[in-house]
Design a binder for this molecule. Sequence first.
Ligand SMILES: Nc1nc2c(c(=O)[nH]1)N[C@H]1C(S)=C(S)[C@@H](COP(=O)(O)O)O[C@H]1N2
Ligand SMILES: [Mo]
Length: 255
Amino acid sequence: MFGLRSKLNRRVFLKVFSLSALASLWPSKSAGTVSFQNDKNIPANYIQNRDVPGFFIRSANPFLGVNAQEWGLAVTGLVKHKLTLAYEDLFGFPRVSQVSRLKCVECWSAKAKWEGFRFQELVDRVKPDPKAKYVTFQSADSYYESYALEELLRPRVLMVLRMNDQPLSKDHGFPLRLIAPFKYGYKNIKYITKIEFTDSRERNYWADYGPYSVDGTIQPGIDHPLDYQKKPLSINGGEVFHFFDQRPAPPKTHQ
Ligand SMILES: Nc1nc2c(c(=O)[nH]1)N[C@H]1C(S)=C(S)[C@@H](COP(=O)(O)O)O[C@H]1N2
Ligand SMILES: [Mo]
């Protein structure tokens, strides 16, 4: 259904949809932890649980996934050497792995083993201008995120190619996603196609279309930010589940 709309119309539609959905649900819950697992108002298939027990798949819009042959990564903006990478090029960087937790604002979190390369590798290649203090990510599914460059160079921020010893699946962000364990899940952008160095901070998808902050740093002691502006939010106002299940076979190369 979304494919038939122009990008502009879709944006307007989503904005109207998410605002009205939020408004109609407000205030449907008392403040405090909302357990979506037991919420009878949420369709059983709303939260999909595939691949790994407890690890959900969350996407703002239905998306069929990226074709590796057609995919390319542009690293651009305020840099000395603009760069375009093909899928194969991603495997030229030194590889590191870590186990870290992804925590969604919808109250679930899960750990996985992530493998990929450090953002510093890209910085070394493109040589950002000293004015480039921010980085904007664009995705194949019209999602976007922004970070301060300094945040991306912190320990345990990873440009991820593999999850739990497999190539990233279509749903978890193939071929390239970001994992920043100190940020809420929505900052952990999947299907990255463009990385742009800028001198001002751009916004992100869920600040534009939902109630979440651009910063998205996980707050110690705050389990989830569903009580944004002290008004309890119901969790089914913002995100839709990924309902396409035709997953292509993982690529055979680069194991
Ligand atoms: N491109 C893109 N990245 C995205 C999203 C999305 O809709 N599109 N959803 C975000 C949200 S809200 C969460 S919680 C995590 C979920 O990652 P997972 O689907 O691998 O569990 O991805 C984030 N990255
Ligand atoms: Mo999320």
